[in-house]
Design a protein around this ligand. Structure first.
Ligand code: HT7
Ligand code: ZN
Length: 858
């Protein structure tokens, strides 16, 4: 497959001001007639032909200006038509079998309904079209189908006409906003809607619908409320108003990603729509709110201003992730949301940035764009824009975003356009900052603190690591919020923002008679890894006293990570081990007993660093040893703090169910206590968990209890797993949890359980949620996946090979766990490479999997 390069961008030679489509809908046969008004693009080099992209399409007929078309040819998958004049009308007929589309791109059937997924290049699986984001067109779409099978007919924009025709009916939709083909959507099915309304700040009355299958309607209230909150918030915080009379959301159970922001017709994975306390956890509730917000915010950051080409993906995704993060922070706890976001960044993006798949947030080349919907483009992209906001302040940043939307409304823009607008709107000089778009790799900042007289000197040194294709790096501007604490009073005299924009710099602070304690990268102001010279004693201080909740969390994480890294590196004797564990227990005890903390935040401070994060601190990791040391520390804390944990469990157990912060905090802390107990006193933990499971009046408590039981060899394990399955049989989203709980469990035979679950009648390769629930959970389970015999790697390779012809996009997403081989001890690394090589040798690999496997082999 060819490599596509950012530097090769040229504008498309033709404009398509208007597109008309007619769909004759059927699950097994859909006929599409597309009429394109094309005219020469005065801003592009002239071409005698127009290239219309296709992907596996059969051309039924083609007409030019109502007559036959003299010059046309099929080139690969594309249709190339010779056009002699400046304006023409092309009429193209294609025919498809949606029920045969297991890739879930283009038009496909899911549970008896028809729906589309066009981003990034799915539209070309429906009709021949210049399927690139810089070709904007208005769409008028007539859809016709059997009324009984498809009572609901939906498309982008507004419904402008409907009609009956014997047993079939039709609807015509018009979207007045010019859009690229990737934002096209169509849905036909037997659906019911929760309907509500929102009045915009300009007085527009908008009808809102959340469409689901009958029986799911009573699980849509949270989605609808989240949508209204998103609309309100975007007006208040970014000044963005909705621009159609209708906003529809449709939930589908077969979907490759979380959701899709098609203009006026968002299509969602059911996972991010359906929620009630009986079947959804607190995390699921947050996920629904966050994803509803994310897709809604795309209406401006993505749809009104779209991307010039797919290299600019972070323009819409990074910015929209930042917007959804700020929204969720405003709807709940700001520090807890920040900690959750940083945990995702460090658990997923940092490893990506230090491995063979590292790429800048604005990539330079790709073979298959679907492989670049990555944590780097999304989460690091959001961090990069957040840094601009931190340097400018929220108010000035808003001036920059207003300018960006004003300048580029209705356009297909670039990351450079965004930075230029923020620069002009805020007054910041972002010349050097642009390197964040171009350079991959997580910068490392070494921090030392010197104290002399009454002066403290903070020395900062940055290194940006080499990444594939980028050996030589330049220093980048790194905004770091810091504070210096006075040891005696436990306070500081104000937070400062310093920007490290050279390899190395020293910042001096006066007025410290005693050596102060440095708190740095507060709120995680820059997406870097900090390597600081700090004593355990100072970390214990910061974990208890820092007034920045993120910095407190960071101090707890650093205490535990530092200990685990030293332990697995074999750098520790028994005395040191005991001293470190005593300090960690002391800090944890202060967290448990701090009555100023709410339980949501307490829970964050109690969370142990994840296995991947610990591995990331080591050049070469032994997953088995990290797992063993991590479990040992958990057990040690469980034993030392048994009384405190018990009191905490008892107090939080009395908090009645509610969806507010108090209820959520109590549930979070309860399950954490069970997890510590499972390591230190498994019999007691099993008893408590079984009791929590039986008494649960919500999914968070029930799933938390079952998660603990699934990892224990207790009598209750089998019974409760069976009860869970029977209780929720037929509810796909909950059965996904049942698969995931077992695949991610700490049980020593988890790998055998995964093998058995693969053969379970409810397992299918056709549904991405089900595949992910079993295999993503498995790949993230260190002791099951990284067994020293390599069986875990072979199982994942088998899955990839089997899934690739069915759903290439989903298959390719399972490659990165195998790509970590360079950072894993020799024995396992060899086995991981063997698994990758076996995949690479397979005949007829998809472009998606081929690209990921070859990059992973290095
Ligand atoms: N913009 C959406 C991306 C997306 C997608 C990409 C590739 C294949 C399938 C897909 N489904 C949705 C999601 C978002 O970021 O909002
Ligand atoms: Zn998005």
């Amino acid at each position: 497959p060819p490599v596509i390069r950012r530097e090769d961008y040229t504008p498309f030679p033709w404009l398509i001001p208007a597109t008309r489509m007619e769909f004759e809908l059927g699950l097994e046969k859909t006929r599409i007639t597309t009429t394109l008004n094309v005219e020469r693009n005065p801003d592009a080099a002239a071409s005698p032909t127009i290239r219309l992209n296709g992907d596996g399409l059969a051309l039924v007929s083609l007409a030019c200006d109502g007559g036959s078309c003299d010059g046309h040819m099929i080139d690969g998958d594309d249709l190339v038509v010779t056009l002699p004049g400046d304006r023409h009308v092309l009429t193209i007929v294609t025919e498809l079998d949606p029920s045969d589309n297991s890739q879930l791109m283009g038009l496909y059937a899911s549970n008896g309904m028809l729906c589309t997924q066009c981003e990034a290049e799915g539209f070309r699986r429906i009709t021949f079209f210049p399927d690139r984001p810089d070709v904007l067109s208005t769409y008028t779409v007539r859809m016709r189908g059997p009324r009984a099978q498809f009572p609901v007919l939906l498309c982008n924009g507004n419904r402008v006409a409907t009609g009956e025709d014997g047993n079939s009916h039709w609807a015509e939709w018009h979207d007045p906003w010019p859009k690229p083909s990737y934002l096209f959507a169509l849905v036909a099915g037997d659906l019911v809607a929760r309907t509500d309304h929102f009045t915009t700040m300009g007085g527009r009355e908008v009808e809102l619908n959340v469409y689901v299958r009958e029986g799911d309607l009573d699980r849509t209230e949270h989605a609808m409320e989240s949508l209204k909150r998103s609309m309100q918030w975007d007006e208040e915080v970014f000044g963005r108003e909705y621009d159609l009379d209708l906003f529809n959301i449709v939930a589908v159970s077969d979907f490759n990603m979380g959701a899709m922001e098609n203009k006026g017709l968002n299509v969602f994975n059911t996972k991010y729509v359906l929620a009630d306390p009986e079947t959804a956890t607190d995390g699921d509730y947050d996920g629904v709110e966050g994803v509803i917000g994310h897709e809604y915010f795309h209406n401006w950051s993505g749809n009104r201003v779209t991307c010039r080409d797919w290299f600019q993906l972070s323009l819409k995704e990074g910015f929209t992730v930042l917007r959804d993060q700020l929204f969720s922070a405003d709807m709940g706890s700001e520090p807890v949301k920040r900690i959750e976001d940083v945990r995702v960044l460090r658990g997923v993006q940092f490893p990506e940035d230090s491995g063979p798949l590292a790429h800048p947030i604005r990539p330079d080349s790709y073979r298959e764009i679907s492989n670049f919907y990555t944590s780097t483009v999304y989460n690091k992209g959001a961090e990069v824009i957040r840094m601009m906001r931190t340097m400018a302040g929220a108010e000035r940043f808003r001036r920059g975003t207003d300018l960006y939307f004003d300048r580029h409304d209705g356009e297909a823009a670039t990351c450079e356009d965004f930075v230029a607008a923020i620069e002009a709107g805020t007054g910041l000089d972002l010349t050097q900052f642009r390197l964040w778009y171009a350079q991959a790799g997580t910068p490392k900042v070494a921090v030392t603190l010197a104290h002399e007289g009454d002066t403290a000197r903070v020395k900062l040194t940055q290194t940006v690591p080499a990444t594939p294709g980028q050996g030589d790096k330049h220093p980048m501007p790194i905004p770091l919020k810091l504070a210096l604490f006075d040891r005696a009073s436990g306070t500081h005299s104000g937070e400062q923002l310093v920007v490290l924009d050279k390899d190395s710099a020293e910042f001096t602070f006066d007025g410290f008679a005693q050596r102060p304690i440095l708190s740095i990268n507060r709120t995680f102001s820059a997406p870097v890894s900090i390597d600081r010279d700090v004593s355990r004693e100072d970390l214990v201080f910061l974990a208890a006293k820092d007034d920045d909740p993120f910095a407190r969390y960071e101090a707890m994480q650093e205490l535990m990570t530092g200990h685990l890294v030293a332990a697995v590196s074999g750098e520790m004797d028994d005395g040191e081990r005991e001293a470190a564990r005593t300090d960690i227990a002391q800090a944890m005890r202060a967290v448990i007993e701090d009555d100023q903390l709410d339980d949501l935040m307490r829970g964050e401070l109690m969370v142990m660093p994840g296995q991947t994060y610990v591995a990331e601190q080591l050049l070469v990791a032994d997953p088995g040893r990290i797992h063993a040391e991590r479990e040992a520390l958990k057990a040690d804390l469980g034993t030392r703090l048994a009384a405190q944990f018990e009191a905490l469990y008892e107090r939080t157990g009395k908090v009645p169910f509610s969806l507010d912060a108090q209820g959520k905090g109590a549930r979070k802390v309860k399950t954490l206590v069970l997890a510590y107990a499972a390591a230190s006193d498994p019999a007691k933990a099993a008893e408590l968990a079984a009791h929590q499971y039986d008494g649960a009046d919500n999914m968070t408590d029930r799933q938390g209890a079952l998660m603990v039981l699934a990892g224990l060899d207790s009598a209750a394990r089998t019974g409760k797993l069976l009860d869970f399955y029977n209780r929720y049989a037929g509810n796909a989203l909950v059965i996904d949890k049942w698969f995931a709980l077992q695949a991610s469990s700490l049980h020593p035979h988890a790998i055998e359980h995964v093998k058995a679950l693969r053969e379970h009648p409810d397992f299918t390769l056709k549904n991405p949620n089900r595949v992910r629930s079993l295999y993503m959970a498995f790949a993230a389970n260190p002791q099951a996946f990284h067994g020293a015999d390599g069986e875990g790697y072979r199982m994942l390779a088998d899955l990839i090979l089997e899934l690739d012809p069915i759903n290439a996009q989903t298959a390719a997403r399972f490659v990165p766990p195998l790509g970590r081989w360079q950072r894993i001890e020799e024995g396992r690394a060899k086995l991981m490479r063997e698994a990758l090589e076996r995949i690479a040798k397979a005949p007829k690999l998809s472009r998606d999997t081929y690209e990921q496997v070859t990059r992973s082999l290095g």
